[in-house]
Design a protein around this ligand. Structure first.
Ligand code: ATP
Ligand code: MG
Length: 423
């Protein structure tokens, strides 16, 4: 006997209900994004590794440790995408869209990061995301945040919105230098992971979950010491738009993002319901990303990405009416299979979901219907065929009723097969 091949660590199969939940989350997000005028985009899962190495910063965690990077048979240095923003900006250039800015995109799909798997943290996970590309206006920052908020609201997820400003390049560089000096002075009290970050990415230490690091962070220099009037002004406008929309938020001066390309606005929606991996939707402004990949020097843009698996942990699916029920169709007797199949096909053409249960004894077929959780079963036997119809059985009450095909279509075409129809 050969060993069965296991699935790859940190990667998931989504079967049945989980698949439906994932689809529901993505559909709701896509629909909300559509209401805000975002167009769909799909980019390849494989990109040149350099796309992410240049944009995330060679020093960031994603590129240093987490990227699935390999050389293919033709010697190309490729990576499974760890995130989508760099790909979308690349696509804007590849597809010649820089002449028709701004562009608003929604996408969803698999992302890959070789992290330590735990609740809410996978190696292949899924994101849905929006990118508002080619706009300088603080209104865009507010709009993407509000759109994200609406999606969470539609999923019945309550999460705290935290916002911060990271400023632009010069003031941020000064802040980074000040942080580096400060952390160097407190080196002996920091965790090893944070010590490793002092030289290459000191901002990220602010985000540390380590208690010792957090004590040091309490007195770390904050960006407000370095912020320029222009940056403050921009931040104030973003907040004013959020206020106008009635969104509540908490300003968190220690909020930084994992990727290096962010400037000005940074934000996260955080839930306290799913443990340590509580960030469900996060993003910010990335005006300089385009230049990093050889695009226009200044392509002001803002967006967010949300972890679909984390949304699935939090969403209240009971309220989301995602169950689309299906009808079972049982041929009574082997001779009637083709007749039953023809009827099933007619129902499907009318938009009614039907699964045929063709094999076994009647008892086995009904057992199968119960196993599938079907609320209704149609029975197609000699008598029913003679009367030009099928018997509809309510599996919960046991009630039966003979109906013609037309009557069945009328009954079920506008329903979701079971939630609003009584026999
Ligand atoms: P975290 O701090 O949780 O690692 P991040 O800053 O790396 O998040 P982003 O790159 O901004 O996250 O990705 C956006 C969202 O994608 C996160 O807020 C989270 O919901 C989700 N996400 C990120 N990494 C993972 C993962 N390994 N597994 C599942 N979801 C993830
Ligand atoms: Mg991360």
């Amino acid at each position: 006997m050969k060993q069965p091949i296991a699935k790859v660590r940190g990667m998931h199969d989504y079967v049945g209900t989980e698949f439906a939940q994932m689809q529901t989350v993505i559909n709701i997000a896509a629909h909300q994004a559509h209401l805000y005028g975002y167009q769909g985009i799909t980019t390849p899962i494989l990109e040149k590794a350099e796309l992410f190495a240049r944009t995330a910063g060679e020093a960031s965690d994603v590129v240093m440790k987490e990227m699935y990077r390999f050389t293919d048979q033709g010697g190309e240095d490729l990576a499974l995408r760890p995130e989508g923003t760099a790909s979308v900006v690349r696509a804007v250039m590849s597809e010649g869209l820089t002449q028709t800015l701004p562009q608003k995109f929604f996408y969803s799909g698999a992302m890959f990061r070789r992290e330590r798997p735990q609740k809410g943290r996978l190696r292949q996970f899924h994101q849905c995301a929006v990118e508002y590309i080619g706009t300088q206006s603080p209104f865009a920052d507010a709009e993407v945040i509000i759109c994200g908020y609406r999606i969470l609201q539609q999923l019945n997820i309550s999460a705290t919105l935290e916002i911060n400003t990271l400023g632009r390049y010069q003031s941020r560089d000064s802040w980074r230098d000040a942080l580096r000096d400060y952390y160097n002075a407190h080196r002996d009290k920091l965790s090893q992971a944070s010590i490793d970050r002092i030289a290459r990415n000191p901002l990220r230490i602010l985000d540390s979950k380590d208690a010792g690091d957090q004590a040091i962070n309490n007195n770390a220099p904050l960006f407000e010491e370095f912020i320029t009037d222009e940056e403050q002004n921009f931040y104030n406008q973003v907040k004013a738009y959020l206020d106008e929309a009635g969104l509540e938020y908490v300003e968190n001066p220690k909020l930084v993002r994992g990727l290096d390309y962010y400037n000005d606005t940074a934000f996260e929606f955080i839930s306290d319901q799913i443990g340590a991996q509580g960030t469900v939707l996060a993003g910010g402004r990335y005006d300089g990303l385009s230049e990093m990949i050889g695009g226009p020097k200044h392509l002001p843009s803002v967006g967010w990405a949300s972890g679909v698996e984390r949304l699935m942990l939090l969403a209240d699916f009971g309220k989301l009416n995602m169950q689309r029920n299906i009808l079972g169709l049982i041929p009574a007797g082997d001779d009637n299979i083709s007749h039953a199949a023809t009827n099933a096909e007619k129902l499907r053409i009318s938009g009614i979901a039907v699964t045929l249960i063709p094999n076994g004894s009647m008892k086995q077929k009904f057992n199968r219907a119960n196993q599938l959780g079907l609320k209704y079963v149609l029975i197609c036997g000699d008598d029913e065929i003679k009367q030009n119809g099928m018997k509809l059985k309510n599996m919960q009450t046991g009630d039966e009723q003979l109906l013609t095909l037309d009557a069945l279509i009328k009954k079920f075409a506008q329903s979701d097969m079971g939630q609003s129809v009584n026999v």
